[in-house]
Design a protein around this ligand. Structure first.
Ligand SMILES: Nc1ncnc2c1ncn2[C@@H]1O[C@H](COP(=O)(O)OP(=O)(O)OP(=O)(O)O)[C@@H](O)[C@H]1O
Length: 272
């Protein structure tokens, strides 16, 4: 993969779950080095899109390429690919009976044969990167929500993945902790040379650190452009989403109604 190859590319992708189409006609290309915000209301299919990137969900149609290869279905090849993808899951997924340092060490112990002293040094470096070196011996229950999220972030970074995926990284955090986490996401992206995909409905906290925004609603990409373009968009769907209004062209029921005319024809391609 050359530097010019997009780190993530979805081509004419359709994603089905439970026998129902959740997302269709997804075209999205993420260049290296960028922070991309994937926004959308609850139930719009953000987690479904992530599942396709990590190979948890195979596309019903189209191609999903990550790190220069089509996401494989064979288990071994998929595990190999996943080593290059750091995922910060909703919640933290920290093991409560392990210290912060032990949590960060988990992926290193599972996926490398490095000696304990090297792992300990790498763990200290990762905790330092998220500003928590002093919390190495603390248990998750002793940490604030924001600190615990940063430990989870350090763990996601443990194997030096070139691609980071954040699934609702701000859930349950207060505005100050949210600001700290988003600044960290941006800073780590730039200093470590990562590419970051942030899936969230926290628009106003995320846009300031994003290079590019994609909005999904009603089963498709309905906006793809810069944060500034998003904020000045006059598209009724985008406006409704940004203002959090219950009434408008976005359907908030579980099943996207593809036959509805609100979307047909005016969904811009998600190529960035
Ligand atoms: N495993 C599944 N089986 C069947 N349907 C599913 C499954 N997972 C999700 N869905 C459906 O797919 C749609 C999109 O769900 P998804 O979780 O991707 O949305 P989301 O945008 O991530 O929502 P939230 O912001 O609430 O997490 C929803 O209608 C949901 O009910």
């Amino acid at each position: 993969m050359t530097d010019a190859t997009p780190i993530v590319r979805l081509t004419d992708v359709r994603l089905d779950r439970g026998g129902r189409t959740v997302l269709r006609d997804i075209n999205l290309s993420v260049p290296r080095g960028q922070v991309i915000a994937v926004l959308g209301p609850s139930g719009s299919g953000k987690s479904t899109l992530l599942a396709a990137l990590t190979g948890e969900l195979a596309p019903a149609a189209g191609t999903v390429e990550v790190l220069g290869q089509v996401v494989p279905q064979a288990k071994r090849a998929l595990l190999e690919l996943r080593k290059g993808i750091g995922v910060l899951l909703q919640g933290n997924g920290l093991l409560t009976d392990l210290t912060a340092a032990e949590n960060v060490a988990l992926p290193l112990r599972a996926h490398t044969d490095l000696p304990a002293a090297v792992i300990a040094r790498l763990v200290r470096m990762k905790l330092h990167a998220v500003g928590l070196r002093a919390a190495a011996d603390a248990f998750p229950r002793e940490l604030s929500g924001g600190m615990a999220r940063r430990v989870a972030l350090a763990r996601a970074l443990a194997l030096d993945p070139p691609l980071m995926i954040y699934d609702e990284p701000l859930t349950g955090l207060d505005p100050i902790a949210s600001g700290v986490v988003m600044d960290l996401v941006r800073r780590l992206n730039d200093t470590l040379g990562l590419t970051s995909i942030i899936v969230t409905h926290h628009v106003h906290e995320t846009l300031p650190v994003a290079d590019h925004a994609v909005v999904i609603a009603n089963g498709a990409i309905v906006f793809s452009g810069s944060p500034a373009e998003l904020e000045t968009s006059t598209d009724p769907l985008v406006r409704q989403f940004l203002r959090g209004e219950p009434d408008g062209p976005i359907h908030f029921d579980a099943a996207p109604r593809f036959a509805d005319s609100a979307l047909t024809g005016n969904a811009p391609a998600g190529v960035i």
